[in-house]
Design a protein around this ligand. Structure first.
Ligand SMILES: [Zn+2]
Length: 150
């Protein structure tokens, strides 16, 4: 039966969950395998020598095919930071601190959690180090967080 003219059309608000699979790709897979071994895989442009972490296949500056570059980190410097104050099931913890970290040997920064730190001690340029999971699983949280170097 069709609604008659003048009938109110009801609208129900809801949320849906959409299961999906995401491929890390060849380079991303190698990055996660290295992370599982507590190493950082970066790539380096042979033309301009820019070192990318996370790794990229082609340089964003000159489009040259990049090469593997090891020996990155595990310490680096804080480039920027923030704290998420809203509740969300997508947040890995309550009021997490996030940082952009440029690991030693890299020219780009990696976004990740900051741990064992408070917001008031964070500053641009702060030295931080990687803290790895005790039981790696092949994902981004094999790197638990970065903490200030004490
Ligand atoms: Zn380049």
């Amino acid at each position: 039966m069709n609604p008659a003219a003048g009938d109110e059309i009801l609208v129900h608000e809801s949320r849906i969950q959409v299961p999906y699979r995401w491929s890390a790709g060849i380079l991303g897979t190698r990055f996660f395998i290295a992370l599982k071994e507590r190493k950082f895989l970066a790539t380096r442009c042979p033309a301009c020598e820019k070192v990318y972490l996370p790794p990229v296949q082609h340089c964003g500056n000159c489009f040259a095919a990049c090469e593997d570059r090891g020996g990155i980190g595990p310490q680096g410097s804080l480039v920027s930071f923030t704290q998420a104050l809203y509740k969300s099931p997508a947040q890995p913890e309550r009021n997490p601190l996030y940082g952009l970290i440029r690991l030693d040997g890299a020219d780009t920064a990696l976004l990740h959690l900051l741990g064992e730190a408070s917001l008031n001690e964070l500053k641009i340029g702060l030295r931080v180090e990687a803290v790895f999971a005790e039981r790696p699983s092949g994902g981004l949280f094999d790197l638990r967080y970065f903490r200030p170097v004490r």
